[in-house]
Design a protein around this ligand. Structure first.
Ligand SMILES: Cc1cc2nc3c(=O)[nH]c(=O)nc-3n(C[C@H](O)[C@H](O)[C@H](O)COP(=O)(O)OP(=O)(O)OC[C@H]3O[C@@H](n4cnc5c(N)ncnc54)[C@H](O)[C@@H]3O)c2cc1C
Length: 413
Protein backbone atom coordinates (compact mmCIF):
# COMPACT_ATOMS: atom_id res chain seq x y z
CA UNK A 1 0.00 0.00 0.00
CA UNK A 2 1.38 3.43 -0.90
CA UNK A 3 0.94 6.27 1.57
CA UNK A 4 0.29 9.66 -0.01
CA UNK A 5 1.94 12.44 1.98
CA UNK A 6 -0.53 14.98 3.47
CA UNK A 7 -0.90 18.07 1.24
CA UNK A 8 1.09 21.03 2.49
CA UNK A 9 -0.88 23.85 4.10
CA UNK A 10 -1.29 26.49 1.38
CA UNK A 11 -0.50 29.75 3.15
CA UNK A 12 -0.80 33.10 1.42
CA UNK A 13 0.88 36.14 3.02
CA UNK A 14 -0.12 39.64 1.89
CA UNK A 15 2.73 42.10 2.54
CA UNK A 16 6.53 41.76 2.64
CA UNK A 17 6.75 44.20 5.54
CA UNK A 18 7.83 43.59 9.12
CA UNK A 19 4.86 41.35 9.99
CA UNK A 20 4.75 39.25 6.82
CA UNK A 21 8.49 38.53 6.79
CA UNK A 22 8.59 37.72 10.53
CA UNK A 23 5.82 35.15 9.96
CA UNK A 24 7.68 33.54 7.05
CA UNK A 25 10.94 33.41 8.99
CA UNK A 26 9.27 31.82 12.03
CA UNK A 27 7.44 29.29 9.84
CA UNK A 28 10.54 28.14 7.99
CA UNK A 29 10.69 24.72 9.67
CA UNK A 30 6.97 24.05 9.20
CA UNK A 31 5.77 22.15 6.16
CA UNK A 32 3.80 25.05 4.68
CA UNK A 33 3.48 25.98 1.03
CA UNK A 34 3.88 29.77 1.40
CA UNK A 35 3.17 32.39 -1.25
CA UNK A 36 4.16 35.97 -0.39
CA UNK A 37 2.43 38.72 -2.37
CA UNK A 38 3.51 42.37 -2.39
CA UNK A 39 2.97 45.32 -4.73
CA UNK A 40 6.67 46.15 -4.33
CA UNK A 41 9.53 43.74 -5.02
CA UNK A 42 11.31 44.95 -1.89
CA UNK A 43 10.91 45.29 1.87
CA UNK A 44 11.12 48.87 3.14
CA UNK A 45 12.94 49.64 6.38
CA UNK A 46 10.62 52.51 7.29
CA UNK A 47 12.46 53.67 10.47
CA UNK A 48 15.11 55.14 8.16
CA UNK A 49 12.76 56.74 5.60
CA UNK A 50 13.36 60.16 7.15
CA UNK A 51 17.07 59.84 6.32
CA UNK A 52 16.19 59.25 2.65
CA UNK A 53 13.86 62.28 2.74
CA UNK A 54 16.63 64.42 4.25
CA UNK A 55 19.39 63.28 1.85
CA UNK A 56 21.33 61.27 4.46
CA UNK A 57 20.90 57.86 2.81
CA UNK A 58 20.10 56.58 -0.66
CA UNK A 59 16.74 54.88 -1.15
CA UNK A 60 18.33 51.58 -2.19
CA UNK A 61 20.13 51.17 1.12
CA UNK A 62 16.87 50.87 3.07
CA UNK A 63 15.11 48.62 0.54
CA UNK A 64 15.86 44.89 0.48
CA UNK A 65 14.66 42.61 -2.34
CA UNK A 66 11.66 40.55 -1.18
CA UNK A 67 12.97 37.46 -2.97
CA UNK A 68 16.31 37.75 -1.17
CA UNK A 69 14.49 38.14 2.16
CA UNK A 70 12.64 34.82 1.71
CA UNK A 71 15.50 32.92 0.10
CA UNK A 72 16.04 29.66 2.05
CA UNK A 73 12.61 30.07 3.63
CA UNK A 74 10.75 27.74 1.22
CA UNK A 75 8.38 30.54 0.11
CA UNK A 76 7.37 31.79 -3.34
CA UNK A 77 7.07 35.49 -4.20
CA UNK A 78 4.47 37.16 -6.44
CA UNK A 79 4.80 40.81 -7.43
CA UNK A 80 1.17 41.91 -7.54
CA UNK A 81 -1.45 43.89 -5.66
CA UNK A 82 -4.26 42.20 -3.77
CA UNK A 83 -7.49 43.96 -4.69
CA UNK A 84 -10.02 41.66 -3.07
CA UNK A 85 -10.43 38.55 -0.94
CA UNK A 86 -13.17 35.99 -1.59
CA UNK A 87 -13.32 34.63 1.94
CA UNK A 88 -16.07 32.10 1.16
CA UNK A 89 -13.96 30.51 -1.55
CA UNK A 90 -10.59 30.97 0.23
CA UNK A 91 -9.12 32.99 -2.64
CA UNK A 92 -7.32 36.31 -2.96
CA UNK A 93 -7.92 38.34 -6.10
CA UNK A 94 -4.93 40.10 -7.66
CA UNK A 95 -4.76 43.22 -9.83
CA UNK A 96 -3.48 40.98 -12.66
CA UNK A 97 -6.84 39.18 -12.54
CA UNK A 98 -5.33 36.01 -11.12
CA UNK A 99 -6.95 34.28 -8.12
CA UNK A 100 -4.72 32.52 -5.59
CA UNK A 101 -6.23 29.87 -3.31
CA UNK A 102 -5.26 29.47 0.32
CA UNK A 103 -5.88 27.26 3.31
CA UNK A 104 -4.56 29.98 5.63
CA UNK A 105 -4.34 33.69 4.87
CA UNK A 106 -2.07 36.16 6.67
CA UNK A 107 -2.92 39.80 5.94
CA UNK A 108 -0.02 42.14 6.81
CA UNK A 109 -0.74 45.04 4.44
CA UNK A 110 0.35 47.85 6.79
CA UNK A 111 -1.03 51.37 7.04
CA UNK A 112 -1.46 54.63 5.15
CA UNK A 113 -1.52 58.33 6.05
CA UNK A 114 -4.68 59.63 7.76
CA UNK A 115 -5.63 63.27 7.17
CA UNK A 116 -8.43 63.36 9.80
CA UNK A 117 -10.48 65.32 7.26
CA UNK A 118 -8.36 68.47 7.72
CA UNK A 119 -8.87 70.76 4.75
CA UNK A 120 -6.02 70.83 2.24
CA UNK A 121 -4.00 67.94 3.70
CA UNK A 122 -4.69 65.59 0.77
CA UNK A 123 -3.95 68.22 -1.85
CA UNK A 124 -1.07 70.21 -0.36
CA UNK A 125 0.92 68.07 2.05
CA UNK A 126 3.45 65.29 1.59
CA UNK A 127 3.22 62.02 3.52
CA UNK A 128 6.22 59.84 4.33
CA UNK A 129 4.93 56.28 4.39
CA UNK A 130 7.10 54.74 1.69
CA UNK A 131 10.26 55.21 -0.38
CA UNK A 132 8.44 56.95 -3.21
CA UNK A 133 7.10 59.58 -0.80
CA UNK A 134 10.48 60.02 0.92
CA UNK A 135 12.10 60.66 -2.49
CA UNK A 136 9.35 63.14 -3.36
CA UNK A 137 10.06 65.05 -0.13
CA UNK A 138 13.81 65.05 -0.82
CA UNK A 139 13.28 66.25 -4.39
CA UNK A 140 10.91 69.01 -3.31
CA UNK A 141 13.27 70.20 -0.56
CA UNK A 142 16.18 70.36 -3.00
CA UNK A 143 14.07 72.01 -5.73
CA UNK A 144 12.76 74.61 -3.26
CA UNK A 145 16.37 75.40 -2.25
CA UNK A 146 17.42 75.80 -5.89
CA UNK A 147 14.47 78.12 -6.57
CA UNK A 148 15.10 80.15 -3.40
CA UNK A 149 18.78 80.61 -4.26
CA UNK A 150 17.90 81.67 -7.79
CA UNK A 151 14.89 83.92 -7.29
CA UNK A 152 14.37 85.41 -3.84
CA UNK A 153 17.38 84.57 -1.63
CA UNK A 154 15.21 83.76 1.42
CA UNK A 155 15.39 80.57 3.54
CA UNK A 156 12.79 77.94 2.59
CA UNK A 157 10.00 77.57 5.20
CA UNK A 158 9.08 73.93 5.89
CA UNK A 159 6.28 72.89 8.24
CA UNK A 160 6.15 69.37 9.65
CA UNK A 161 2.85 68.44 11.26
CA UNK A 162 2.98 65.77 13.98
CA UNK A 163 5.34 65.59 16.96
CA UNK A 164 5.61 61.79 17.09
CA UNK A 165 8.91 59.98 16.35
CA UNK A 166 8.58 60.42 12.57
CA UNK A 167 7.97 64.18 12.76
CA UNK A 168 10.68 64.70 15.39
CA UNK A 169 13.31 62.68 13.52
CA UNK A 170 12.54 64.39 10.23
CA UNK A 171 12.58 67.86 11.82
CA UNK A 172 15.99 67.17 13.40
CA UNK A 173 17.39 65.74 10.17
CA UNK A 174 16.16 68.66 8.03
CA UNK A 175 17.58 71.15 10.53
CA UNK A 176 20.95 69.41 10.21
CA UNK A 177 20.67 69.27 6.42
CA UNK A 178 20.12 73.01 6.54
CA UNK A 179 23.34 73.61 8.48
CA UNK A 180 25.27 71.32 6.13
CA UNK A 181 23.94 72.93 2.95
CA UNK A 182 24.70 76.54 3.81
CA UNK A 183 28.11 76.02 2.13
CA UNK A 184 26.39 75.22 -1.18
CA UNK A 185 23.62 77.82 -0.88
CA UNK A 186 25.48 80.87 0.46
CA UNK A 187 22.70 83.13 -0.96
CA UNK A 188 20.35 81.73 1.71
CA UNK A 189 22.39 82.58 4.80
CA UNK A 190 23.58 80.28 7.60
CA UNK A 191 20.37 78.25 7.66
CA UNK A 192 18.78 77.73 4.23
CA UNK A 193 15.79 75.80 5.65
CA UNK A 194 13.44 77.22 8.26
CA UNK A 195 11.86 74.18 9.96
CA UNK A 196 8.73 74.38 12.12
CA UNK A 197 7.32 71.35 13.94
CA UNK A 198 3.63 71.60 14.80
CA UNK A 199 2.13 69.35 17.48
CA UNK A 200 -1.52 69.37 18.60
CA UNK A 201 -0.73 67.98 22.07
CA UNK A 202 1.14 69.61 24.92
CA UNK A 203 4.36 67.58 24.38
CA UNK A 204 6.29 66.01 21.53
CA UNK A 205 7.11 62.26 21.68
CA UNK A 206 4.15 61.71 24.01
CA UNK A 207 4.91 57.96 24.31
CA UNK A 208 8.21 58.78 26.09
CA UNK A 209 8.62 59.79 29.77
CA UNK A 210 8.05 63.53 30.20
CA UNK A 211 11.71 64.27 30.94
CA UNK A 212 12.82 62.77 27.59
CA UNK A 213 10.09 64.63 25.68
CA UNK A 214 11.37 67.86 27.22
CA UNK A 215 14.98 67.00 26.27
CA UNK A 216 13.91 66.24 22.71
CA UNK A 217 12.13 69.60 22.43
CA UNK A 218 15.11 71.47 23.87
CA UNK A 219 17.55 69.69 21.51
CA UNK A 220 15.40 70.36 18.44
CA UNK A 221 15.20 74.04 19.37
CA UNK A 222 18.98 74.14 19.81
CA UNK A 223 19.23 72.90 16.25
CA UNK A 224 17.03 75.76 15.08
CA UNK A 225 13.67 73.97 14.82
CA UNK A 226 10.69 76.08 15.84
CA UNK A 227 8.56 73.70 17.97
CA UNK A 228 4.90 74.70 18.39
CA UNK A 229 2.88 72.80 21.00
CA UNK A 230 -0.91 72.83 21.54
CA UNK A 231 -1.11 73.88 17.91
CA UNK A 232 -3.91 72.31 15.88
CA UNK A 233 -3.90 72.64 12.12
CA UNK A 234 -7.14 74.08 10.76
CA UNK A 235 -6.27 74.18 7.05
CA UNK A 236 -3.35 73.75 4.69
CA UNK A 237 -2.97 75.60 1.40
CA UNK A 238 -0.21 75.63 -1.20
CA UNK A 239 1.71 78.38 0.60
CA UNK A 240 0.68 78.24 4.25
CA UNK A 241 -0.65 76.32 7.24
CA UNK A 242 -3.33 77.95 9.37
CA UNK A 243 -3.68 76.96 12.99
CA UNK A 244 -6.85 76.94 15.07
CA UNK A 245 -6.92 80.31 16.82
CA UNK A 246 -5.88 82.13 13.66
CA UNK A 247 -2.07 81.90 13.50
CA UNK A 248 -0.73 81.54 9.96
CA UNK A 249 2.61 79.83 9.15
CA UNK A 250 4.10 80.30 5.70
CA UNK A 251 5.18 77.01 4.24
CA UNK A 252 6.83 76.14 0.96
CA UNK A 253 6.57 72.46 1.82
CA UNK A 254 4.20 70.92 4.38
CA UNK A 255 4.91 67.39 5.56
CA UNK A 256 2.10 65.52 7.29
CA UNK A 257 3.20 62.90 9.84
CA UNK A 258 0.26 63.47 12.17
CA UNK A 259 -1.82 60.39 11.52
CA UNK A 260 -1.95 56.83 10.27
CA UNK A 261 -4.79 54.43 9.61
CA UNK A 262 -5.17 50.90 8.32
CA UNK A 263 -4.31 50.15 4.70
CA UNK A 264 -6.91 51.12 2.10
CA UNK A 265 -7.87 47.46 1.63
CA UNK A 266 -9.26 47.43 5.18
CA UNK A 267 -12.76 48.75 4.45
CA UNK A 268 -13.18 46.17 1.70
CA UNK A 269 -12.07 43.40 4.05
CA UNK A 270 -14.45 44.44 6.83
CA UNK A 271 -17.34 44.54 4.32
CA UNK A 272 -16.48 41.11 2.94
CA UNK A 273 -16.13 39.66 6.45
CA UNK A 274 -19.28 41.46 7.56
CA UNK A 275 -17.61 43.01 10.61
CA UNK A 276 -17.67 46.56 11.90
CA UNK A 277 -14.95 48.93 10.68
CA UNK A 278 -13.10 51.12 13.18
CA UNK A 279 -12.59 54.85 12.64
CA UNK A 280 -8.85 54.23 12.12
CA UNK A 281 -9.55 51.45 9.58
CA UNK A 282 -7.74 48.84 11.65
CA UNK A 283 -9.29 45.41 12.09
CA UNK A 284 -9.93 44.23 15.66
CA UNK A 285 -8.30 40.85 16.24
CA UNK A 286 -8.57 38.12 18.88
CA UNK A 287 -5.79 36.49 20.94
CA UNK A 288 -4.58 34.50 17.91
CA UNK A 289 -4.70 37.49 15.54
CA UNK A 290 -7.93 36.41 13.79
CA UNK A 291 -10.46 39.14 12.97
CA UNK A 292 -12.68 39.20 16.03
CA UNK A 293 -16.35 38.43 15.39
CA UNK A 294 -15.63 37.13 11.88
CA UNK A 295 -16.51 33.63 10.79
CA UNK A 296 -13.21 32.91 9.05
CA UNK A 297 -10.84 31.19 11.52
CA UNK A 298 -8.26 30.56 8.76
CA UNK A 299 -7.69 34.32 8.26
CA UNK A 300 -5.13 36.30 10.31
CA UNK A 301 -4.53 40.05 10.37
CA UNK A 302 -1.29 41.42 11.83
CA UNK A 303 0.82 44.55 12.15
CA UNK A 304 -0.41 48.07 11.56
CA UNK A 305 -3.65 46.84 10.00
CA UNK A 306 -4.58 44.95 13.16
CA UNK A 307 -6.03 46.40 16.36
CA UNK A 308 -5.18 44.17 19.32
CA UNK A 309 -7.08 45.81 22.16
CA UNK A 310 -5.94 45.95 25.78
CA UNK A 311 -8.32 45.80 28.75
CA UNK A 312 -9.14 49.51 28.29
CA UNK A 313 -9.99 49.00 24.61
CA UNK A 314 -6.78 50.72 23.49
CA UNK A 315 -5.02 49.16 20.47
CA UNK A 316 -1.31 48.31 20.49
CA UNK A 317 0.84 50.97 18.77
CA UNK A 318 1.60 50.78 15.05
CA UNK A 319 5.29 49.85 15.39
CA UNK A 320 7.52 47.19 13.87
CA UNK A 321 7.98 45.05 17.02
CA UNK A 322 4.19 44.60 17.33
CA UNK A 323 3.98 43.45 13.69
CA UNK A 324 6.96 41.10 14.08
CA UNK A 325 5.75 39.56 17.33
CA UNK A 326 2.29 38.98 15.83
CA UNK A 327 3.87 37.32 12.76
CA UNK A 328 5.89 34.99 14.99
CA UNK A 329 2.83 34.23 17.12
CA UNK A 330 0.75 33.06 14.16
CA UNK A 331 3.56 30.80 12.94
CA UNK A 332 3.65 29.20 16.41
CA UNK A 333 -0.14 28.95 16.52
CA UNK A 334 -0.36 27.25 13.12
CA UNK A 335 2.31 24.75 14.13
CA UNK A 336 0.89 24.16 17.63
CA UNK A 337 -2.77 25.29 17.96
CA UNK A 338 -2.82 25.01 21.78
CA UNK A 339 -0.21 27.76 22.21
CA UNK A 340 -1.17 30.53 24.70
CA UNK A 341 -2.74 33.71 23.28
CA UNK A 342 -0.67 36.58 21.88
CA UNK A 343 1.04 38.83 24.43
CA UNK A 344 3.03 41.88 23.35
CA UNK A 345 6.45 42.37 24.95
CA UNK A 346 7.17 46.08 24.86
CA UNK A 347 10.93 46.50 24.61
CA UNK A 348 10.82 50.30 24.71
CA UNK A 349 11.02 53.27 22.35
CA UNK A 350 13.78 55.32 20.78
CA UNK A 351 14.03 58.36 18.51
CA UNK A 352 16.95 60.38 17.12
CA UNK A 353 17.08 64.13 17.36
CA UNK A 354 20.17 64.51 15.20
CA UNK A 355 23.92 64.07 15.14
CA UNK A 356 25.11 62.32 18.36
CA UNK A 357 21.71 62.83 19.94
CA UNK A 358 18.78 60.51 20.63
CA UNK A 359 16.34 59.55 23.38
CA UNK A 360 15.75 55.97 24.55
CA UNK A 361 13.24 54.65 27.09
CA UNK A 362 13.47 50.89 27.68
CA UNK A 363 12.75 48.67 30.69
CA UNK A 364 12.62 51.65 33.05
CA UNK A 365 15.95 53.00 31.73
CA UNK A 366 16.00 56.51 30.29
CA UNK A 367 18.89 57.60 28.11
CA UNK A 368 19.56 60.70 26.06
CA UNK A 369 22.45 62.20 24.10
CA UNK A 370 25.44 60.33 22.67
CA UNK A 371 24.95 56.95 24.44
CA UNK A 372 21.30 56.86 23.36
CA UNK A 373 22.39 57.73 19.82
CA UNK A 374 24.88 54.83 19.78
CA UNK A 375 22.13 52.48 21.01
CA UNK A 376 19.85 53.81 18.27
CA UNK A 377 22.52 53.28 15.57
CA UNK A 378 23.26 49.72 16.74
CA UNK A 379 19.64 48.64 16.93
CA UNK A 380 18.72 50.05 13.51
CA UNK A 381 21.73 48.41 11.90
CA UNK A 382 20.85 45.09 13.53
CA UNK A 383 17.29 45.15 12.16
CA UNK A 384 18.08 46.52 8.69
CA UNK A 385 17.85 43.69 6.16
CA UNK A 386 20.71 42.81 3.81
CA UNK A 387 24.48 42.69 4.40
CA UNK A 388 25.19 45.13 1.59
CA UNK A 389 22.60 47.56 2.91
CA UNK A 390 24.14 47.45 6.40
CA UNK A 391 27.60 48.14 4.96
CA UNK A 392 26.30 50.95 2.73
CA UNK A 393 24.48 52.59 5.65
CA UNK A 394 27.58 52.39 7.89
CA UNK A 395 29.67 53.99 5.12
CA UNK A 396 27.10 56.77 4.53
CA UNK A 397 26.68 57.46 8.25
CA UNK A 398 30.46 57.61 8.73
CA UNK A 399 30.82 59.88 5.69
CA UNK A 400 28.02 62.21 6.88
CA UNK A 401 29.45 62.27 10.40
CA UNK A 402 33.05 62.96 9.42
CA UNK A 403 32.54 65.34 6.49
CA UNK A 404 29.39 67.20 7.64
CA UNK A 405 28.10 66.64 4.12
CA UNK A 406 25.09 65.00 2.45
CA UNK A 407 25.54 63.57 -1.01
CA UNK A 408 22.18 61.85 -1.66
CA UNK A 409 20.58 65.13 -2.79
CA UNK A 410 19.57 64.30 -6.34
CA UNK A 411 16.20 65.55 -7.58
CA UNK A 412 14.76 62.34 -8.96
CA UNK A 413 11.01 62.91 -8.74
C1 LIG B 1 8.42 57.04 8.48
C2 LIG B 1 8.17 55.89 9.40
C3 LIG B 1 9.03 55.67 10.46
C4 LIG B 1 8.83 54.60 11.33
N1 LIG B 1 9.70 54.40 12.33
C5 LIG B 1 9.54 53.34 13.15
C6 LIG B 1 10.48 53.07 14.17
O1 LIG B 1 11.47 53.79 14.33
N2 LIG B 1 10.27 51.98 14.97
C7 LIG B 1 9.19 51.16 14.80
O2 LIG B 1 9.05 50.17 15.51
N3 LIG B 1 8.27 51.40 13.85
C8 LIG B 1 8.41 52.46 13.02
N4 LIG B 1 7.50 52.71 12.03
C9 LIG B 1 6.29 51.86 11.97
C10 LIG B 1 6.58 50.53 11.27
O3 LIG B 1 7.20 50.78 10.02
C11 LIG B 1 5.30 49.78 11.08
O4 LIG B 1 4.67 49.59 12.33
C12 LIG B 1 5.53 48.43 10.43
O5 LIG B 1 6.10 48.60 9.15
C13 LIG B 1 4.24 47.65 10.31
O6 LIG B 1 4.53 46.41 9.71
P1 LIG B 1 3.43 45.72 8.78
O7 LIG B 1 3.98 44.39 8.46
O8 LIG B 1 2.10 45.82 9.39
O9 LIG B 1 3.37 46.64 7.48
P2 LIG B 1 4.51 47.16 6.53
O10 LIG B 1 5.85 46.92 7.08
O11 LIG B 1 4.13 48.57 6.20
O12 LIG B 1 4.34 46.28 5.23
C14 LIG B 1 3.17 46.28 4.46
C15 LIG B 1 3.50 45.69 3.11
O13 LIG B 1 2.27 45.37 2.45
C16 LIG B 1 2.37 45.72 1.10
N5 LIG B 1 1.00 45.92 0.62
C17 LIG B 1 0.12 46.84 1.06
N6 LIG B 1 -1.05 46.69 0.44
C18 LIG B 1 -0.90 45.66 -0.42
C19 LIG B 1 -1.78 45.04 -1.35
N7 LIG B 1 -3.04 45.43 -1.50
N8 LIG B 1 -1.29 44.03 -2.11
C20 LIG B 1 0.01 43.61 -1.97
N9 LIG B 1 0.85 44.16 -1.09
C21 LIG B 1 0.41 45.17 -0.32
C22 LIG B 1 3.22 46.97 1.09
O14 LIG B 1 3.85 47.16 -0.18
C23 LIG B 1 4.25 46.66 2.20
O15 LIG B 1 5.40 46.03 1.68
C24 LIG B 1 7.69 53.75 11.14
C25 LIG B 1 6.83 53.98 10.07
C26 LIG B 1 7.06 55.03 9.21
C27 LIG B 1 6.13 55.27 8.05
Amino acid sequence: MTVTPAAKLKTVVIGAGFGGLAFIKAAKHADFDITLIDSHNFHTFSPLLYQVASAGLTAESIAHPARAAIRNRKAKFLLDTVIDVEFDQNRVVLASGERIEYDKLVIAAGSITADFGVKGVKEFTFGMKNIEEALIIRSNVMRALENAARYHQQPVPIVIVGGGPTGVELAGALAELSRVLHKDFPELGPSPLRVTLVEAGSVILSMFPGSLSAIAKRDLERRGVNVLLDAQVAEVTKQDVSLKGGRLLDSELTIWTAGVKGNAISSLLTQRMDIAARRDDRIVIDEHCRPAAAKFPNVFVIGDLAAFLDADGKPLPMVAPVAMQMGRHIAKFLIKPDVAGFKYKDKGSMATIGRSDAVVAANGIKLSGFIAWLAWLGLHLAYLLGGRNKLQVVIDWAWNYLTYDRTARQILR
